[in-house]
Design a protein around this ligand. Structure first.
Ligand SMILES: Nc1nc2c(ncn2[C@@H]2O[C@H](COP(=O)(O)OP(=O)(O)OP(=O)(O)O)[C@@H](O)[C@H]2O)c(=O)[nH]1
Ligand SMILES: [Mg+2]
Length: 419
């Protein structure tokens, strides 16, 4: 009997504990659900608010537009960044921010402290020279700039930093504009990718050392020219690496341009020849030939470029109309040595300066314009298609000497929000 009562008591107790446990859990999850539901309205508001705030800060920065092509793209597509909208000046200013910090901001600080300390003009000019050289403006060009400032300064003391920077600014603008103006006034081939009705196909050869951005630049030019409604054909004359050909082919596919390729290891001159021939027969506006990277001190490789140049003129007299030397701005003064060698052997007519976004050595643009007398045709400030633009000396100087680039301008493009 006792045992029976005890059993019933234990059974009832276990049942009650089980019920309490089940109800407890239900209540717990309900209150959790409730608190989540209560939290819900705040979460999207915070996100939307964040986005709105970001849009107010940087109205020209938008999430990258979806191309819808990602699934089709192969391995080569990984090297091709997505199209992203932002104003060019914002990209340029942001891309030049490191050089600006190394050059203009340093000069501002120097001039400010020198004025406070009433430093003598010669001491200040020496320090200015040092800053210019450190920003890769090059010793010769830096000395020339300092001489201009010395002449323009009437007093022995530093009176106005604005006046000094203004002298520098206009002198840098003059230097950067001079080669382009010179090439036009001397009757040399005008830089225009737009052929006149009578001009026929324009042939442009892309040259440079390894990894400077030749293929990317070829692809970007093809892309933007196609967007502008011109017909474009590209030639993959880097026949050493299959990957290089694939990379260009992918760019051409995206741009809507034909790509001429031959078997791996073919003579690069044959590719150039075939490409120009096809361009002429199909009356294509622009024929861009991408070549393999080569060391400027390797004579055999440099001679190969001469051969490529020669064959392009067989079907188009006067071709190539432009030989663009692509230079990586991060290499600083080394870019000058490359420019000297390529100018002499490959008949370079213009420069493309890439990767300005990754360096404080952007002052090399000034040295190149001053010492090489070659016009800068394009500059690259990032990997996106829109980060390569025709060079404008005015814009470059405006961006370089503009007030400090705010963190907002430097902010990376917004990524699409996670859902
Ligand atoms: N940050 C930045 N990267 C760039 C720029 N231009 C090109 N690049 C990158 O530089 C790398 C090399 O570019 P490529 O176009 O393959 O260079 P290449 O001169 O064809 O190289 P080789 O054919 O091997 O000689 C790629 O990752 C590009 O995305 C630029 O303006 N800024
Ligand atoms: Mg390449």
């Amino acid at each position: 009997m006792d045992f029976g009562v005890l059993s019933i008591f234990i059974a009832v107790t276990v049942f009650a504990v089980a019920l309490a446990f089940i109800f407890g859990r239900r209540l717990g999850s309900r209150s959790q659900e409730k608190s989540l539901t209560q939290d819900k309205p705040t979460a999207p508001v915070a996100r939307v608010g964040g986005q709105q705030a970001a849009e107010q800060r940087a109205p020209d920065i938008k999430p990258p537009a979806s191309t819808g092509e990602e699934s089709v793209a192969g391995a080569a597509a990984k090297h091709i960044p997505r199209f992203e909208q932002r104003s060019w000046f914002s990209r340029l200013a942001s891309g030049l921010s490191k050089t600006q910090g190394q050059l203009v901001r340093q000069l501002e600080v120097l001039l400010l402290t020198s004025k406070e300390q009433r430093a003598s003009r010669e001491v200040v000019l020496d320090s200015m020279l040092e800053i210019l050289v450190r920003a890769d403006v090059g010793i010769r060009t830096s000395e020339m700039l300092i001489e201009k400032v010395r002449t323009a300064l009437p007093t022995s003391e530093i009176a106005s930093s604005e006046a000094i920077l203004s002298v520098l600014r206009s002198e840098v603008l003059r230097i950067l504009s001079a080669p382009a103006e010179g090439s036009q006034s001397s009757g040399a081939v005008h830089w225009s990718l737009v052929p006149q009705a009578t001009e026929g196909t324009r042939v442009v050869l892309m040259v440079g050392v390894n990894g400077v951005g030749k293929t990317t630049t070829t692809g970007k030019i093809a892309f933007t020219q196609r967007q502008a409604g011109r017909s474009v054909i590209v030639g993959a004359a880097d026949t050493f690496r299959a990957a290089a050909v694939d990379q260009l082919e992918e760019w051409a596919r995206r741009a809507g341009a034909e790509c001429v390729r031959l078997a791996e290891g073919s003579d690069p001159a044959s590719v150039a020849f075939e490409c120009v021939k096809k361009a002429v027969s199909q009356q294509i506006d622009l024929c861009l030939i991408d070549t393999a990277g080569r060391l400027h001190n390797r004579n055999d490789l440099m001679q190969e470029l001469s051969k490529i140049r020669r064959v392009t003129s067989k079907d188009v007299p006067g071709a190539p109309h432009e030989v663009l030397l692509v230079l990586d701005a991060t290499t600083g003064q080394n870019a000058l040595q490359q420019a000297r060698a390529f100018k002499e052997i490959a008949g370079v007519t213009g420069l493309v300066l890439t990767k300005l976004d990754g360096t404080a050595k952007g002052g090399v643009a000034i040295a190149l314009a001053a010492e090489m007398n070659l016009p800068i045709r394009y500059i690259g400030v990032g990997e996106s298609v829109e980060d390569l633009q025709p060079f404008s000396a005015e814009e470059f100087v405006d961006a370089l000497f503009s007030p400090a680039v705010s963190p907002l301008q430097q902010a990376p493009a917004l990524q699409p929000m996670q859902s």
